[in-house]
Design a binder for this molecule. Structure first.
Ligand SMILES: [Zn+2]
Length: 385
């Protein structure tokens, strides 16, 4: 498979079309981008973040809640907020598909930083049912897009719920630039999403497979009494300068991760992700994380030489289902699925023309989270806000 010489983006990925010099469309567009304006926007986010970190002090039981997944970014984020900013932080982990390397990072980080740590274990059977359903009914952009777009909001919602209960004014996540889906959030979840939107995916409700209790796992601010204060939810690495290789080095140096191996996203990733990548390699022809990492490489935030071999090695393990790729078989067995059950059955998001001015493949957040029949709720909620 041909890849961009500069950022390693596979030719089959969106914006991956190579020119005569082997440079992808995304890199060519980046050359034309207004970097000064972007840097200015980043500095504005830094100023906002500093203000938010100052304002959260002493407001609730804790100053802020930090999502701790055990990946290098969340460990390093916790370190900065506790050790450098001196904040009274609560670390929060959702105990669902946390791989051993990530648990090891979590244990080391909590011990080293001596912060209180809350672990929430959601019902595992619900996830089994959820993954089974979504993998057999993937949308056009593949398994990672289909599953993570439902799974990540669940995790985010659990954190929001804890923050509301404990009156913590700020929730932070170690999302790197480009994570999560930029149309869901860039640096901050909008107040509209946090204070007025039911996150229950309409297609899950419509499937009839999930109980009321299961659907109630999704964040829904409308369940809370009028006047409930909702926290802000920020991604500080969208503001601070981000350097993936440097963070991998720092977490090992600080003792938050034992080795560079456990600090690597390849090892701290959710195990089901291997199956999602397997499905996408098969259906889309490229690794679904390639655009994210290529973007970091293009912007000088990740090491090209590291991903040149780590990316290829990961794809090779997944395709052959060996070494870490054995997780593909394990997940299939856990879910009771066969390879041929991994299917794309739905069109990718909204098509061109449906949303004027919006590029093909873009799904407005509302289209995913707000069933039109619930317009009444929306109105009621808007009046609260
Ligand atoms: Zn490129």
């Amino acid at each position: 498979m041909r890849r961009c010489r500069r950022c390693l983006l596979p030719e089959a990925a969106p914006a991956g079309k190579l020119d005569a010099h082997g440079i992808c469309q995304a890199c060519r567009e980046y050359e034309q981008a207004d970097l000064e304006a972007e840097e200015l926007a980043r500095r504005r986010r830094v100023a906002d973040l500093e203000a938010a970190l100052a304002a959260c002090r002493g407001q609730g039981e804790y100053d802020c809640l930090v999502n701790l997944s055990g990946g290098k970014d969340s460990c390093y984020l916790l370190y900065r907020l506790k050790a450098e900013y001196g904040l009274n932080v609560l670390a929060f982990t959702t105990n669902m598909n946390v791989p051993p390397a990530a648990w090891e990072n979590i244990r080391r980080t909590i011990e080293r930083l001596d912060v209180p740590h809350l672990v929430y274990t959601p019902p595992r059977e619900f996830y089994r049912k959820l993954y089974r359903y979504l993998l057999q009914n993937q949308e056009g952009r593949g398994a990672v897009r289909t599953v993570c777009y439902v799974c990540a909001p669940l995790f985010e919602g659990y954190a929001l719920r804890v923050a509301v209960e404990k009156r913590i004014p700020l929730v932070v996540a170690g999302y790197s630039p480009g994570q999560p889906e930029p149309e869901r959030m860039m640096y901050e979840f909008s107040r509209e999403l946090i204070c007025r939107t039911d996150w229950t995916p309409p297609e899950l409700r419509a499937s009839g497979l999930f109980s009321r209790q299961e659907l109630a796992l999704f964040w829904n601010p409308l369940e809370y009494p009028v006047g409930t204060p909702f926290p802000r939810y920020l991604a500080p690495f969208h503001a601070w300068p981000y350097d993936q290789a440097e963070i991998m080095r720092r977490v090992v140096e600080l003792g938050l991760a034992a080795t560079r191996r456990t600090a690597s996203p390849v090892h701290s990733n959710c195990p089901v992700n291997w199956l999602l990548m397997y499905s996408d390699l098969k259906h889309l022809g490229y690794n679904p994380y390639a655009p994210e990492f290529s973007r970091l490489i293009r912007e000088g935030k990740a090491s090209r030489s590291y991903w040149r071999w780590a990316g290829r090695l990961a794809d090779w393990m997944i395709r052959r289902r060996i070494f870490l790729g054995r997780e593909v078989r394990r997940s299939l067995a856990w879910l009771g699925l066969r390879e041929q059950d991994l299917r794309i059955t739905r069109l990718p998001g909204a098509g061109p023309g449906e949303c004027p001015g919006v590029q093909p493949g873009f799904v407005p957040v509302q289209a995913l989270h707000l069933p039109p029949s619930e317009g009444g709720h929306q109105l009621e909620a808007a009046q609260r806000g």
